[in-house]
Design a protein around this ligand. Structure first.
Ligand SMILES: NC(=O)c1ccc[n+]([C@@H]2O[C@H](COP(=O)([O-])OP(=O)(O)OC[C@H]3O[C@@H](n4cnc5c(N)ncnc54)[C@H](OP(=O)(O)O)[C@@H]3O)[C@@H](O)[C@H]2O)c1
Length: 325
């Protein structure tokens, strides 16, 4: 089979499109012919060697895809040959994957392979930040960093279902236009507008009830200048590096505000099979009912995975970039 592997961390040139041996399907596994692969910013971080959880090399990148079942192990009962399935797990930048049966979920006929592949990571992340970590209430205001990205656009769609008011941050006016069309209430271009002042203005001086920050870095402390009383910051990414803020000092500056700070990683949900299965079922239902629909920005052939990574690194995408074998 064909696969995109990395043998070492580095730039775009470490992504190698190679012939590798076909995987063997064990008793508790499913062999899937991959049709669509969803790429995530974490794939870029792994390629660059900046992710907290690094694979052994050589590694086939990626952690979500969709395809057709080609073979099932003797212990597998919930899917059969020919079923269309989402694979939520490694590997995915390849044409054939043998994966544990627990990572394979059938999806409805009215959903296409690209939308199915794009579902797990961005929607589960958005869903659990809104409903498990914060338990949002209708009418609350959420400030979304990287609002035009994969998680950002998933958050906008789920935020609408939850009745939230939403403010998004982006670096480009074109992306701002697209997410306004998706129904976000306000967009701030953080390259050209003063973010803290604009958020305070939009919220009539109160600040946001929830801030979803995947950028962090040096400006993380700004969150506490635009957070409502009893508001919460959820830190879930390191696009600009680890936060440099003295957190206890930041939240203790005005005790009467009772600020909350949480860290979120999707692995925490995966550790709880019931929580993850229930939310996954809800999201597949929303997808089948047309309540959510992943925004597909570009489809790139698998052998050109480097182009897909470049799109993400250049901040170019609105929504998801898909690889097709
Ligand atoms: N904790 C978790 O479980 C979890 C799960 C999924 C994703 N994440 C994190 O969530 C973030 C978004 O993921 P995604 O897959 O939705 O990514 P994405 O679609 O590629 O969106 C990334 C966007 O982030 C913005 N950005 C701001 N500062 C950036 C920087 N220094 N470098 C690159 N991009 C920057 C860019 O948009 P603008 O230029 O418009 O700002 C960029 O387009 C990533 O940081 C990812 O690691 C975390």
């Amino acid at each position: 089979m064909k696969a995109v592997r990395i043998h070492a961390t580095g730039g775009l040139d470490v992504l190698k499109y190679e012939e590798v041996s076909d995987p063997v399907c064990r008793d508790n596994e499913v062999l899937v012919g991959i049709k669509s692969i969803s790429i995530n910013f974490s794939d870029v971080l792994i390629r660059r060697g900046e992710y907290p959880y690094m694979p052994d090399f050589p590694a086939i990148l990626g952690s979500e895809s969709s395809g057709e079942v080609q073979q099932v192990g003797s212990q597998v009962e919930h899917v059969k040959v020919g079923d269309r399935v989402i694979v939520f797990g490694h590997p995915s930048y390849c044409t054939l994957a043998a994966v544990p049966a627990t990572k394979v979920v059938p999806f409805p006929d009215n959903v296409d392979f690209d939308a199915a592949a794009a579902l797990p990571i961005i929607y589960l992340t958005a869903y659990h930040m809104l409903h498990t970590v914060r338990r949002v209430q209708p009418g609350e205001t959420v400030l979304i960093y990287a609002a035009a990205g994969g998680v950002g656009t998933a958050t906008i769609q789920l935020g609408r279902i939850a009745g939230l008011k939403m403010i998004g941050l982006t670096s480009q006016d074109e992306k701002a236009k697209l997410i306004k069309e998706m129904g976000i209430d306000h967009v701030i271009n953080y390259r050209t507008e003063p973010v803290v002042e604009r958020v305070r203005e939009i919220t009539a001086g109160k600040g946001a009830d929830l801030i979803l920050d995947c950028v962090a870095g040096e400006n993380f402390g700004d969150n506490f200048r635009m957070l409502n009383t009893l508001g919460q910051v959820i830190w879930f990414g390191i696009a600009d590096g680890n936060p440099t803020t003295d957190l206890l000092k930041a939240i203790g500056r005005d005790p009467s505000q009772s600020y909350g700070v949480s860290m979120f990683h999707l692995f925490s949900v995966m550790k709880n099979p019931q929580l993850s299965a229930e939310s996954f079922a809800t999201l597949i239902r929303y997808l089948a009912e047309g309540k959510i629909a992943p925004i597909i920005y570009r489809k790139v052939p698998l052998e050109h995975a480097h182009e897909a990574h470049k799109i993400l690194e250049d901040h170019e995408n609105t929504g998801k970039v898909i690889l097709n074998p």
